[in-house]
Write a protein that binds this ligand. Structure first.
Ligand code: SF4
Length: 234
């Protein structure tokens, strides 16, 4: 067995022995699992064991993935996703950026800080939801994902969503929305309108990175998030 995977397994075993029922996914290499444990383990999330096992099994599979030659050559980490496998809300972004690739965790840069505020604006904490991307590896220089890469990685996202089976999916930005809805429509037309992905209600909205460049659009995202809040509370 690959040494990194072995360490991850040992890490999860050590968490369970300590009674921690959390689900945390991140880096393939450094930081070592011990460092991740001390820095990142904050959640006490009770999740059905079978969901955790299914997600762990998928995680191991993704960590070995070499389907996209360009991305494999340039990536530092595979960013699987992080959060509660029993979440009511799953948030799907486009692809890891520099900070995410460095840390092996989704949405940890400036966009991630804004995403945290967006999540908190509807009464959730980050650890309540599950956050992942369409692509698990960073495109070089943050270029757009190409269609082959999306096709390669989409089955992993599909399986993550199937395992979690949330009440609502929130898609951030053009690539996530177009991928999950299989639609060429621009995000400006998709956002704010409920859609359905494999029986799950899906709300498309703008990506936080877009909001950082266009702060005036934050109001629209707030409107979209209120719809999600109302749907989850009703
Ligand atoms: S982006 Fe997805 S499909 Fe491509 S190498 Fe990374 S994990 Fe594999």
């Amino acid at each position: 067995m690959n040494q990194s995977l072995k360490k991850v397994e040992q890490y999860f075993e050590s968490l369970e022995k300590r009674g921690v029922k959390s689900f945390l996914m991140g880096k393939t290499s450094a930081p070592a699992p011990e460092k991740v444990a001390s820095d990142q383990v904050a959640e006490e999330i009770v999740s059905p064991v079978n969901k955790r096992e299914d997600m762990m099994s998928l995680y191991k599979e993704v960590m070995k993935c070499t389907k996209c030659t360009d991305l494999v050559a340039s990536r530092n980490s595979i960013v699987f996703g992080k959060g509660n496998v029993n979440a009511k809300l799953v948030i799907v972004g486009e692809a890891p950026g520099y900070d995410e690739d460095q840390q092996g965790l989704p949405f940890v840069g400036k966009s991630g800080q804004l995403l945290t505020k967006i999540i908190e604006s509807i009464g959730f904490k980050r650890e309540d939801v599950f956050i992942c991307n369409v692509l698990k590896c960073r495109p070089p220089e943050n270029r757009n994902p190409n269609p082959d890469e999306i096709l390669n990685c989409q089955p992993y996202l599909k399986r993550q969503l199937k395992i979690i089976n949330p009440d609502v999916i929130c898609c951030l930005g053009k690539f996530a929305c177009q991928t999950l809805l299989n639609s060429p429509e621009p995000i400006s037309r998709l956002r704010g309108k409920w859609a359905v992905y494999e029986g799950v209600k899906l709300m498309p909205t703008f990506h936080p990175a877009y909001l950082l460049r266009n702060p005036a659009e934050k109001k629209k995202v707030w409107e979209d998030m209120k719809q999600i809040r109302d749907e989850l509370n009703h």
